[in-house]
Design a protein around this ligand. Structure first.
Ligand code: AMP
Ligand code: MG
Length: 632
């Protein structure tokens, strides 16, 4: 049975709003209606009924057809006073409180808090999120005004307030509190200042630059002939990362982006230990000119505590990983012993040096030092490293949502018959694959016809559901379609001709729809051009949006053939990296480099990057190469 009828909602609007210049926060207009109306809209479906706690402008609040209760305690105007009032009027066993300045509150707030309350048999359940602070550290943020509590707590709360206490956290000490971790910190944002209000009103941070401001910094900006590196720089400066963080079980974090530095809580290894199976002894006690026999005073196994001490002329049998006894700094591998018998272990002069075969405490990781930096994409080695610290969960950025579609009247989807003059839509498959490899959450929006209404609807829907949009086709010069017009109408979008081959036309910017915004990458239509443009523009930008640090390494390799190349543009040629007759690495280019020839993209295993200023390449010259696949 649903719990909904057991919960009343209370919107806390009784505060003084000192940071908003003492205006009544709940009544501030925001995106077309008062802030409290947004909260009401999200809260009402989750509970049996909603009331508002307010101390000023009561008629305005009453116009929402909801009971309005002012504080009973005079002059305090803090959340606990509002809560006390709410509890006194509450006619259900549970009360859910939310602040009046939280227009993004989660739709499942009541459900999740209720579940935790009953599962943990708590008095109060409160929302918690993980947030990254300015220094990159992950902090647990408790949101005390987003809480579900038992109405029966009223006498306890009144007693607490009567004794002069006013602090929320102090009261928590006296009751059973269940904390509920929510993934999306953004849903708990509250709007405290008029500046923040304006910022959210326009859907973008108030200080985010426009494209015109970004390109204004380039001395010789020419959208009709833009060098690749300029386009890359403009995109990099315009893009902003998503901030939401989620806490995941370790294995689920593979390929995700670390949201905060991981500081090692322990030293790994925790003790000096042996790197070999052998005999531990004091380095100062090693043989001089003649062999020495050491008596064996015990055995140390890995993972077994011991209190062995070793004196001069003595040694201890030790296994790999065994904790070094006090005073010992050297391990003789057993295969290097001159003789092992009942009398002990004989070591010949010079076979080892003091300090050999000992691993130091903390040589892998020292307690208190950063083990992994935020922005790292978590690879198998990182999973192991995090496990070696004993951490079961990690904070990662939310997955980036990317919507994509193809444009063109000539396109057909697989499964449809191919009419004369038509082609199958292949770009949607390459784009799908490339986005998946980057770890994005993909939204495939299919083929969109060259029709203004259809294009606008597709771009708006993409914008409202995704962080970024990738389209193909319709951005080239003289394209007989509306793609460019509609893109430009929906936001801050620019159209470039880039000095490159394949690929040249590119649309880039940010579009807006119904208070949502998304970065837009309008890639060219030709199947190879779309991939090259994705790899050399969209890829880095999407990674930056994910908060990832993942520079692309370039290799210098000998070219097996001559390559014709015009200076003044960047060429990306499809290459096959292999070895010559002597086993040295070399790269050759696949046959035709036409921008529609996808087969040669599929045959290639790398891209040969021929930079702007570069001219013809002679056989044997070194060229830059980017590999398609790596080891991990
Ligand atoms: P456009 O930039 O729209 O003029 O497209 C350039 C070329 O790419 C045309 O020959 C299109 O047919 C082709 N093309 C565009 N989109 C796709 C797609 N999704 N799949 C395959 N080819 C495409
Ligand atoms: Mg087209």
């Amino acid at each position: 049975m649903s719990f909904k009828h057991t919960v009343s909602g209370l919107i806390l609007a009784g505060g003084r709003a000192t940071r908003m210049g003492r205006v009544d926060k709940g009544l501030q207009p925001f995106r077309g209606m008062a802030m409290v109306a947004h909260v009401l809209q999200r809260l009402a479906p989750q509970v049996a009924g909603v009331a508002i706690n307010a101390n000023r402008n009561l008629p305005a609040y009453e116009s929402y057809c909801t009971p309005v209760w002012p504080d009973e305690l005079s002059g305090f105007e803090g959340p606990l006073a509002g809560l006390q009032t709410g509890l006194r009027h509450c006619d259900t066993p549970l009360l859910l409180t939310v602040p009046c300045d939280s227009p993004f509150l989660p739709d499942d707030l009541a459900a999740r808090l209720h579940q935790a309350l009953s599962e943990q048999d708590a008095d109060l359940a409160v929302a918690v999120t993980m947030e990254v602070d300015e220094s990159g550290q992950l902090r647990r943020q408790v949101h005390p005004v987003f809480s579900l509590l038992k109405t029966s707590l009223l006498p306890q709360l009144s007693a607490y307030l009567d004794s002069g206490n006013r602090r929320m956290d102090g009261w928590y000490g006296a009751i059973r509190v269940a904390e509920v971790l929510f993934d999306d910190a953004a849903a708990f944002r509250n709007i405290n200042t008029l500046g923040e209000l304006q910022q959210y009103e326009h859907g973008a941070p108030a200080n985010a630059p426009t494209l015109a401001q970004v390109v204004g910094c380039l001395a010789d900006y020419d959208p009709e002939a833009l060098p690749v590196r300029h386009a890359q720089r403009i995109i990099g400066e315009f893009i902003t990362p998503i901030e939401a963080v989620e806490q995941l079980a370790l294995r689920s974090a593979l390929d995700r982006v670390l949201a905060a530095d991981i500081v090692s809580p322990i030293s790994v290894p925790a003790h000096d230990n042996s790197a070999m199976d052998g005999y531990a002894l004091r380095g100062a006690d090693l043989p001089g000119d003649a062999p020495v026999t050491y008596s064996v005073v015990g055995t140390i196994l890995a993972g077994r505590p011991h209190a062995l001490t070793v004196g001069p002329g003595q040694c201890v049998r030790i296994m790999t990983g065994g904790v070094m006894p006090d005073g010992c700094d050297t391990v003789l591998p057993q295969e290097l012993a001159a003789l092992i018998n009942d009398a002990g272990v004989t070591i010949a002069p010079g076979v080892i040096r003091a300090g050999d075969n000992r691993r130091f405490k903390g040589e892998d990781l020292m307690a208190g030092t950063p083990a992994l930096k935020r922005g790292k994409i978590i690879r198998p080695a990182d999973l192991g490293l995090i496990a070696s610290l004993g951490l079961a969960e990690v904070a990662v950025r939310r997955r980036l949502r990317v919507a994509f579609f193809s444009t063109g009247d000539e396109l057909r989807s697989i499964g449809q018959p191919l009419a004369a003059g038509c082609v199958y839509d292949s770009n949607r498959y390459t784009i799908y694959g490339m986005l998946q490899r980057l770890g994005c959450e993909v939204i495939d929006m299919g083929i969109v016809k060259d029709d203004p209404a259809a294009l606008e609807a597709a771009l708006r829907s993409a914008c409202e559901n995704a962080d970024a949009i990738v389209t193909s086709g319709g951005v080239s010069v003289g394209a007989a379609d509306y793609t460019k017009q509609i893109m430009a109408a929906l936001g801050d979008v620019t159209f470039w001709k880039i000095g490159m081959r394949p690929g040249r036309p590119l649309a880039f910017g940010k579009i807006h729809s119904n208070q949502h915004s998304a970065f837009l990458f309008g890639l060219p239509g030709n199947p190879v051009a779309v991939m090259v443009s994705f790899y050399f523009f969209a890829r880095a930008a999407l990674l930056r949006m994910m908060g990832a640090e993942a520079p692309l390494p370039l290799l210098r390799v000998r070219s097996s053939t001559a390559i014709r190349k015009k200076p003044g543009r960047t060429e990306y040629q499809r290459g096959i990296l292999g070895t010559d007759a002597d086993g040295r690495p070399q790269v050759g280019i696949t046959g035709s480099q036409g921008s529609g020839i996808l087969r040669s993209m599929s045959e290639a295993n790398c891209m040969v990057v021929l930079h702007d200023e570069q001219g013809n390449v002679a056989a044997g010259d070194l060229v830059d190469v980017v590999l398609f696949d790596g080891l991990v």
